[in-house]
Design a protein around this ligand. Structure first.
Ligand SMILES: Cc1cc2nc3c(=O)[nH]c(=O)nc-3n(C[C@H](O)[C@H](O)[C@H](O)COP(=O)(O)OP(=O)(O)OC[C@H]3O[C@@H](n4cnc5c(N)ncnc54)[C@H](O)[C@@H]3O)c2cc1C
Length: 446
């Protein structure tokens, strides 16, 4: 398979579905002198369930969420073709797929990003071991954050427990690097390209995946926008929100909105799958500040990206404690496994109109505003006293922008077992009066 072109390097993608600003792609291209191909594994149990106990199990990822991810993979296939190579798409466990592909292609290096959570770290170990047994190696690259972990003035183990302390350290001593250019003119043999294309097409043609694709195309007119998972759609959103409509210039005033598509950037779905990188977004913000205006709003978007960074580091720092009921602090968890209250919450039938509206929006679109998430989470964990992890699992299942650190970290924060030094409880009615004063959001969604 290696043919006249010699051995190739592989880039193993997970939540980094792009080829630009991608340290692993750039390093693999350099190391194998342009002979690089990508690979992504579609798990056999992509529609598997999570058992929450008490007879309750939920989908690990909704059909809509899986379909959205498939759209991102389609875009990635296109991008690999554009730079002269191909993306292999296989169905199966990485520890089987990756070593077998490496053997088939004669690859001695597989480059990847450090997926932050402990399941993925365990997966890395399995893949690394299997590769080592066949004389190949797994090379890790820092990918997921706007400020590279290697640029931080502390080790991950010393990550401050409170965000503002982290922010101060970063603002004092770090800068956001420029995005890395995508490699061009990659060259792999026609055999490799043809085989990758054929496998990818066959893998993606399965019937269960088609159902997910169909689910991702369903829209609800109340949402006010439609979203596609691929990078091209993310770039279009950046152009429209920042440049065409100048929404960035007033983001700090609008960001607590509930209705409409433009009160916040909605970049989270692309950032979560890595079709856009946080560094690319930060670079656009800097350019906007240079060419149009620099104000509190432009700073605030950068500040929110720093929150994202923080939770990515947080899940690496706290590992399995990110998912424990007692949280990072090892506090006594307040929640109970109350199946009925949880069911009322997830179906939007709590009788609390603001919470119900938020949960209906999530069910119909796979998205919810930050204000909505804070209130819905606080209601479940604090008002109804349900085990906060059930809520986190539900969000994981439903949110198109599900991202392990931001989701589990925010849930701990709101549930009072994480890094909120004030451990607040949201007064959901007062919040509704303040942020939905005319009741328009509740009328649309509840
Ligand atoms: C309980 C709960 C669960 C959440 N789960 C997720 C999740 O799974 N995935 C996710 O990306 N965000 C999550 N968030 C954070 C936040 O609600 C979303 O990032 C934001 O609403 C996405 O919309 P946007 O892109 O328009 O954000 P904008 O307001 O435009 O912010 C720009 C970007 O900054 C980042 N960001 C903003 N707020 C936060 C935050 N509080 N924490 C971390 N990053 C942030 C996101 O990447 C976002 O795209 C959660 C918040 C709560 C309270």
């Amino acid at each position: 398979m290696t043919g006249a072109y010699g051995p190739i390097a592989i880039v193993w993608h997970r939540t980094d579905l792009r080829v630009r600003d991608h340290a692993a792609v750039a390093a693999a291209a350099q190391s194998a002198r342009g002979r690089v191909a990508g690979v992504i594994c579609v798990p056999e149990d992509v529609f598997g369930t999570v058992d929450l106990g008490r007879g309750l199990s939920i989908a690990r990822a909704s059909h809509r969420r899986v379909g959205h991810w498939l759209q991102a993979i389609d875009g990635l296939r296109h991008d690999w073709r554009t730079i002269g190579s191909a993306l292999c798409v296989h169905r199966g466990a990485p520890e089987e797929v990756i070593p077998s592909l490496a053997a088939e292609l004669g690859a001695t290096e597989v480059h990847t990003a450090p997926c932050p959570a402990h399941d993925e770290l365990a997966q890395n170990r399995l893949v690394a071991r299997a590769l080592k047994d066949q004389g190949a190696r797994l090379v890790m690259h820092d990918e997921t954050t706007m400020i590279a972990a290697t640029d931080l003035p502390f080790e991950i183990e010393e990550l401050p427990e409170v965000f503002s302390n982290y922010r101060r350290l970063v603002e004092r001593s770090c800068r956001t690097r420029e995005p890395i250019a995508e490699p061009s003119g990659l060259h792999v043999s026609d055999d490799v390209r043809a085989s990758a294309e054929a496998t990818a097409t066959a893998t993606l043609a399965s019937q269960d995946l088609d159902q997910a694709r169909a689910a991702a195309l369903q829209t609800d007119p109340r949402a006010g926008w439609t979203v596609r998972g691929d990078r091209a759609a993310g770039l279009e959103r950046l152009r429209q929100w920042i440049w065409r409509d100048d929404c960035l210039s007033r983001y700090k005033e609008t960001r607590d909105g509930l209705l409409g598509a433009d009160f916040s950037s909605r970049l989270s779905t692309w950032l979560a799958l890595g079709t856009l990188s946080p560094r690319e977004v930060a670079a656009e913000v800097r350019r906007y500040e240079h060419e149009r205006v620099a104000n509190d709003s432009t700073y605030w978007l950068w500040f929110e990206l720093l929150w994202r960074d923080y939770f990515h580091l947080w899940v690496r720092r706290w590992r399995s404690r990110a998912f424990k009921a007692s949280g990072m602090m090892g506090r006594t968890p307040c929640g109970a496994p109350d199946v009925q209250a949880f069911d009322r919450w997830r179906t939007g039938t709590t009788g609390e109109p603001f919470v119900d509206a938020c949960m209906h929006e999530l069910a119909a679109t796979g998205w919810m505003s930050n204000r909505g998430r804070q209130n819905a989470a606080s209601w479940l964990a604090k008002t109804a006293g349900v085990d906060w992890r059930w809520g986190a699992w539900w969000f994981e299942s439903q949110l198109l922008d599900y991202d392990v650190g931001p989701n589990w970290g925010n849930w701990q924060y709101v549930a009072g077992v994480g890094n909120d030094p004030r451990n607040r409880t949201f007064n959901v009615r007062a919040q509704a009066e303040r942020y939905d004063a005319d009741g328009a959001y509740r009328r649309v969604w509840a």
